[in-house]
Design a protein around this ligand. Structure first.
Ligand code: CDP
Length: 220
């Protein structure tokens, strides 16, 4: 069984996907973390983001793995590093490169083929698993999404500015939705949940109920 959760930045995908995965005993695959890890690799090796030839070479040698909910890039734990401002500012450009998507999508499919899985991202229900048994599209107003991200980040960095976060989210939404390869769009058969006025538990319970119904119908 595959559960696909797509949606824009800050809609609550990862928090909700983790909780649903824990409740069901599924593996959680944070596909955004994979794009972030590869972006981190390019930035730390000072490779120009327009040098597709060089990027393709690096891609071939890159190894990305999850171990106990932490992400490893070529055996190095980069779980914290991939959340930096610099990675966030560049990840949409890197994830728009078709060669990057091809490699990471193959890896996502391989990991998910080994267990019941819940994946979150931008193209899970449309491209990675178009036949997923359950597809959810999470949304929330941009103001609410910026506030959530602000609350998450303020614990680590007192100098952050909510207007800057809102602008960054809007910019990323635009880039992710308008790119040619696998843009962020709602799959025709995805169930949309606007999380603006819902608690985390309300969203989690809605998804758990939907998953239960599917399991009963399909006797999975
Ligand atoms: O957590 P947040 O919403 O900030 O984003 P993320 O899930 O960590 O994803 C970071 C970026 O990776 C997105 O803005 C997309 O550009 C890209 N991404 C993608 O293209 N396809 C995916 N399946 C997941 C992420």
């Amino acid at each position: 069984m595959i559960i696909a959760i797509d949606g824009p930045a800050g809609a609550g995908k990862s928090t909700i996907a983790k909780k649903v995965a824990d409740s069901l005993g599924y593996v959680y695959i944070d596909t955004g973390a994979m794009y972030r890890a590869f972006t981190y690799e390019l930035l730390t090796s000072s490779i120009s983001l327009s040098d597709i030839e060089e990027i393709t070479k690096v891609l071939e040698k890159t190894n990305i793995e999850f171990k106990n909910s932490e992400i490893f890039l070529n055996n190095l734990n980069v779980t914290n590093e991939i959340r930096s401002k610099n990675v966030t500012a560049n990840v949409s450009a890197v994830s728009a490169i078709p060669q990057v998507r091809e490699k990471l999508v193959n890896l996502q499919r391989k990991i998910a083929s080994e267990s019941n899985s819940i994946l979150d991202g931008r193209d899970i229900g449309t491209v990675v698993f178009p036949n997923a048994e359950l597809k959810i599209f999470l949304t929330a107003s941009v103001k609410i999404r910026a506030l959530r991200r602000y609350n998450e980040l303020i614990a680590k960095d007192k100098n952050i500015d909510i207007n800057e976060i809102e602008a960054e989210i809007e910019k990323r939404d635009k880039l992710d939705s308008s790119r040619e390869t696998s843009p962020l769009i709602k799959a025709a058969d995805a169930i949309e949940i606007d999380t603006s006025n819902l608690s985390i538990d309300e969203v989690v319970n809605t998804i758990l109920k939907l998953a239960e119904e599917i399991c009963e119908n399909e006797s999975l």
